[in-house]
Design a protein around this ligand. Structure first.
Ligand code: ZN
Length: 212
């Protein structure tokens, strides 16, 4: 499964930070999912790009992680657990099933009150201090809380392209969104289907000829 440069450039199609975080497994539903945040430093860089953390706080956390690589590795266990939980919840919601929030509720119980907000074009972000390795997880939990307590919870969709598996909040008026991105998955899938349609019913000459 090839990776499109547009996807690797970390474009965010989920519409909510928690879903974009779930989408850090590329080709999630394929036979060959790709890990986009293999370590803590990459997770920090992703958090800054996604706008859930200031670069100043991320730089402080990077220094902490470099000084205690074992603690950073342990934190990555929590990062990957939260991501797996968000994916399970999103899958449940789009299937109109009740989501199991046991693990996420336990994590929410360990987060501090939300800090004040900083202006960051084009929006705002939490003014995290950069002194706890788990900090980048907190905005993702707050984002998930906002999704679950709003009509977003009824609008979770998943890209229909084979193997993609990326989630989004479907904000189209009639809830008809099919793709994470029309330009990326939509175009590729339209080409694939057109090709499959053209070849439908054509005999597979070589295989037929080689059979006894
Ligand atoms: Zn897609």
């Amino acid at each position: 499964m090839s990776r499109d440069p547009q996807r690797a450039a970390s474009q965010f199609f989920g519409g909510r930070a928690c879903l974009d975080f779930a989408n850090t497994v590329d080709w999630r539903t394929s036979d060959n999912p790709q890990e986009l945040i293999p370590d803590y430093a990459t997770f920090l860089a992703w958090s800054v790009r996604r706008g859930t953390m200031s670069s100043r706080a991320a730089a402080r956390l990077k220094a902490l992680a470099d000084a205690d690589t074992a603690a950073a590795a342990t934190t990555m266990d929590s990062v990957l657990s939260l991501r797996a939980e968000i994916s399970k919840i999103a899958d449940a919601l789009r299937d109109h099933r009740a989501a199991d929030l046991t693990a996420v509720n336990a994590m929410i119980g360990q987060t501090p009150p939300q800090p004040s907000l900083l202006k960051r074009e084009p929006a705002y972000l939490h003014d995290l201090r950069g002194d706890d390795l788990k900090e980048p997880l907190w905005p993702l939990l707050w984002s998930l809380t906002a999704v679950l307590t709003s009509t977003d919870a009824t609008r979770i969709g998943c890209c229909q392209a084979t193997g993609c598996g990326w989630f989004y909040v479907d904000e189209s008026p009639n809830r008809t969104r099919l793709w994470c991105s029309s330009e990326v998955c939509g175009n590729r899938e339209r080409v694939r289907r057109a090709y499959a349609g053209r070849n439908k019913g054509k005999p597979q000459r070589k295989r037929a000829a080689s059979r006894p």
